[in-house]
Design a protein around this ligand. Structure first.
Ligand code: 4NP
Length: 159
């Protein structure tokens, strides 16, 4: 079996989903499982295609996790991604709705479906906000992603 393909997406692919990509990669690499997943992130919009993650996202991931996400470049979510990725994870309900408009039968998860503190909530958009908003996004994304990883590592019939 090939590597499981995981796509995190938000609106711009410069604030929230780059954090999710970096956090997911960090935790699976820590478990020695980096080779079992192919991880990307994207945005439902083309507003920031080609740009590096927002400085707030880069700063919190560096400080809280010691990981560097500055090499990421924003891309737009495509129908092909929706067909080819095994696990599609939206940051909020609008992102999910926009993806379903592209592929009505796609199976789209919300990251916070895996957040025991507020199941199914949106990851708040920190764009244009201060560093405390990026810290809050980091906490939510980190907690939810750890639970997502546990879920992905369970045998599919047990989920
Ligand atoms: P993101 O944040 O979806 O978490 O990357 C945003 C980035 C840019 C915009 C909106 C949200 N924007 O409207 O340009």
């Amino acid at each position: 079996m090939g590597r499981k393909k995981v796509m995190f997406f938000c609106l711009g692919n410069i604030c929230r989903s780059p954090v999710a990509e970096g956090v997911f990669l960090h935790h699976i690499e820590q478990r020695g499982l980096g080779h079992t997943f192919h991880v990307e992130s994207s945005g439902t919009s083309a507003y920031h295609v080609g740009e590096a993650p927002d400085p707030g996202s880069r700063e919190v991931v560096a400080r809280r996790l010691g990981a560097d996400i500055s090499g990421q470049r924003a891309q737009q979510l495509t129908r092909r991604h929706l067909d080819e990725f095994d696990v599609l994870v939206a940051m909020d309900g609008n992102n999910r709705r926009d993806a379903l408009a592209m592929r009505p039968n796609a199976k789209i998860l919300l990251l916070r479906d895996f957040d025991p503190a507020d199941r199914g909530a949106d990851v708040p958009d920190p764009w244009g906000g201060g560093i405390s908003e990026f810290e809050r996004v980091f906490d939510i994304v980190n907690r939810s992603t750890l639970h997502l990883i546990e879920w992905l590592l369970q045998p599919e019939e047990d989920r």
